[in-house]
Write a protein that binds this ligand. Structure first.
Ligand SMILES: [Zn+2]
Ligand SMILES: [Zn+2]
Length: 414
């Protein structure tokens, strides 16, 4: 919206997909109004009452069988169109605790809450995809489950929806698909890669205990800062020396707190860190090593034992290689090869992978470009990030519709 001419050029640059009916300008305008309304009214993870009701309202308008309050504020719209594969398409609903700085006319009305990850965009694209699939009933066969998931940013929503017995009563999907806007990918492009695309994430809280004393007489106490400093460095040494160079893993300490004053050695120091991995075996090994290293450092320091708490987070997101190859080929054909790129995996996390794992089905997660060329640091989770709806939503919808038509063609096997 910030660059109307650019948006128009992106729109015109995308070749027609040859579908029997595409969304009209009027439908896209009304979807944008829907998107702007979600953007102005962000709700944090677990509080998505209004957003969920809005999405459910759109599903009902389309005549989808609509279930609400699944695993919290989860919504599922079911579109049945004869015998054929069951395909799950997922969007998120939640916003982030961020104060918006975009300056947009439709910016968040609530200080400290913002759709800074594009989940409002994904929800509108989900509705747009449902609208177009409803318009094109003659072009495909099967059943579509449009899933609007709450609490993604705290990686709890997917598990909660799957744990709800009403979700399990729906037709069992054969594929799971999702898209995400990406500040790392140029506008006008969609991108994906095979295999692991997003990382498993684990949090740790670590408290090093020592013995507090006067800062001028450290020999009388046991300085917990020394343990913390050694720990922070040793974590990076583990990554550099204890795994194969080609195995991706990140450990970042994001918080260190201890003490009150320059000349007092405090009794303890608290740290928080995140561990990101793809490989489950490496994940387990690094979880164990973080604990061992913390205890080893404390023992060597002659200090009391540390407290090490693991907070297990998301499992990795995995693109089934055969499905990825099939859908990328279809996307290149429908969207133009120049608009579909092989993107890089990322160490960020998502809980979309839970759907594929729960049903033991192949899943596919792709990115929709939203890079700010003037300042690429304005990316997902930035207070200045906002998708360019008129420029990129038509492409996002076409991409998802193309993937669905590839998997559930009319005349395909039931
Ligand atoms: Zn996010
Ligand atoms: Zn997100």
């Amino acid at each position: 919206m910030r660059h109307p001419l650019f948006a128009l050029l992106v729109f015109l640059a995308i070749p027609s997909t040859g579908f029997s009916s595409e969304l009209s300008r009027k439908q896209l305008d009304s979807l944008e109004t829907f998107y702007r309304d979600l953007h102005e009214n962000p709700e944090l993870s677990g509080e998505e009452t209004r957003t969920a009701a809005k999405v459910a309202g759109e599903f009902r308008k389309l005549g989808l069988e609509t279930e609400e309050n699944i695993g919290g504020h989860g919504v599922v719209g079911v579109l049945r169109n004869g015998p054929g594969p069951v395909i799950l398409v997922r969007s998120e609903l939640d916003a982030l605790p961020v104060t918006e700085e975009t300056g947009l006319s439709y910016r968040s009305k609530t200080e400290g809450k913002m759709h800074a990850c594009g989940h409002d965009f994904h929800a509108a694209v989900l509705v747009g995809t449902a609208q177009q699939m409803k318009q094109e009933l003659g072009d495909w066969r099967g059943t579509l489950l449009f899933v609007a998931q709450p609490a993604e940013e705290v990686v709890k929503g997917a598990k909660a929806m799957l744990a709800d017995s009403r979700f399990r009563k729906l037709p069992k999907p054969a594929y799971a698909l999702a898209l995400h806007s990406s500040g790392n990918l140029r506008k006008g492009a969609v991108g994906a890669s095979p295999g692991f695309v997003l990382a498993a994430s684990d949090g740790f809280s670590v408290t090093f205990n020592g013995k507090g004393t006067h800062g001028a007489s450290p020999e009388l106490g046991n300085d917990p800062f020394i343990q913390a400093a050694e720990f922070v460095l040793k974590l990076q040494i583990i990554l550099g020396r204890e795994k194969e160079a080609g195995e991706p893993a990140v450990i970042s300490v994001g918080s260190i707190h201890g003490g009150t004053k320059a000349n007092i050695i405090p009794p303890d120091v608290k740290l928080q860190l995140t561990l990101r991995t793809y490989d489950p075996e490496l994940r387990e090994r690094l979880r164990k090593r973080i604990r061992e290293v913390a205890f080893g450092i404390a023992r060597t320091a002659g200090a009391p034992e540390p407290e090490v708490e693991l907070h297990p987070g998301a499992d990795p997101t995995y693109n089934d290689p055969a499905l990825e190859a099939r859908l990328m080929k279809a996307l290149r054909l429908k969207l133009g090869a120049e608009n579909v790129v092989d993107s890089h995996p990322w160490m960020a996390s998502e809980d979309f992978g839970q759907f594929g794992r729960a049903f033991e089905i192949p899943s596919f997660f792709f990115m929709v470009g939203e890079r700010n060329e003037k300042d690429p640091s304005i990316s997902n989770h930035s207070p200045r990030f906002a998708p360019d709806f008129p420029g990129t939503a038509p492409l996002a919808i076409r991409a998802m519709v193309s993937a669905l038509l590839e998997l559930a063609p009319a005349g395909g096997k039931p």
